[in-house]
Unconditional design. Sequence first.
Length: 83
Amino acid sequence: MSNSSSLTEAYESLPKLAKIILQIFFGAFIGGIYRIIRYVETRNIVTLVVGILVLVTFIGNIIAWIVDLVTEITVGRITVLAD
């Protein structure tokens, strides 16, 4: 894993059940870190701001955790404010 794109690719290549289990237990942290790493890849400032807010704020944590869990179940990856 020498570059940042391989980090998100590694997470996205996990089996769906593994990602759902990770989201249930560590979703708030995974969502924020995933968005910050996506910012490094895409340079989308909104993704960075949302990633920081998810990690720092309690309400952002809860909302992002629910949204990310739903998108993992339905789409198979984190999609909301992460592109």
